[in-house]
Write a protein that binds this ligand. Structure first.
Ligand code: SF4
Length: 228
């Protein structure tokens, strides 16, 4: 890729460099900042606005993915929403990079079905589909929580295995998982919660900074006062 292509920018809401809660194996998960849709019960309302998040270049994201692959053994990248197709040039650049790095690509098009995506005839989206190993499509429907298929939000959503690299094997038939990380004062929660727990942690995330623990106050006797 040319130097200019490496400087392509993308708006990123969140990155989890190594997770097992966003698809098969260890994965580098990336949430775009911004979605034009408003699915009731969306897990990530703070990722809907197109303002916010961090602006990253393709070069920076490549460095992060390479580091995760080399240090943690991630086998693939997972793209999540904010809706990835609302960031199609960036999503495509990451998909091409995923192929170059020999990692797999899994993405959630929770705003659309694959037929709707193909009908749009956006060349970026069409090539993105070509480079994808697993695509989950269809809107997230809060009233239809999926408790049978791991990594899937609601029962209407379909899994498309677009290459032979993955199939619907045993690991898809286990319970969904949620990962909670506390790094310093930051809490990151990802994965798929039980339907009645969606968003419960959002209050924690917004209440920042998290107060650090303080030593209990010691009562001093009158003799110990500083008064002279
Ligand atoms: S498409 Fe995804 S990010 Fe957008 S509102 Fe629906 S669930 Fe939320």
């Amino acid at each position: 890729m040319t130097g200019a292509a490496e400087e392509l920018t993308m708006q990123i809401a969140q990155v989890v460099p190594c997770t097992e809660a966003e698809g098969p194996g260890k994965r580098f998960a990336l949430w775009f900042q911004g979605c034009p849709l408003r699915c009731p019960g969306c897990c990530n309302p703070e990722f809907l606005s197109f303002k916010g998040g961090s602006t990253k270049t393709l070069r920076e994201m490549t460095d992060e993915i390479q580091q995760a692959r080399d240090e943690s053994g991630v086998e693939g990248i997972t793209l999540l929403g904010g809706e990835p197709t609302a960031h199609a040039p960036a999503a495509l650049a990451l998909a091409r990079r995923s192929r170059e790095l020999e990692t797999t690509l899994f993405w959630f098009a929770s705003g659309f079905t694959v037929e709707e995506l193909r009908e749009k005839a956006d060349p970026n989206v069409l090539e993105l589909i070509e480079l994808t190993d697993i695509l989950v499509d269809g809107p997230y429907i809060r009233e239809q929580p999926d408790t049978e298929r791991r990594w899937i939000g609601s029962r209407n959503q379909r899994i498309h295995f677009l290459t032979p690299r993955y199939s619907y094997d045993e690991q898809w038939r286990t319970k969904n998982t949620l990962e909670i990380r506390v790094v310093g004062r930051e809490i990151t929660v990802n994965g798929f919660p039980a339907a009645n727990a969606v968003g419960l942690w959002k209050g924690w995330r917004r209440k920042k900074p998290i107060p650090l623990p303080v030593a209990p106050e010691t009562k001093r006797s009158p003799e110990e006062t500083d008064a002279k």
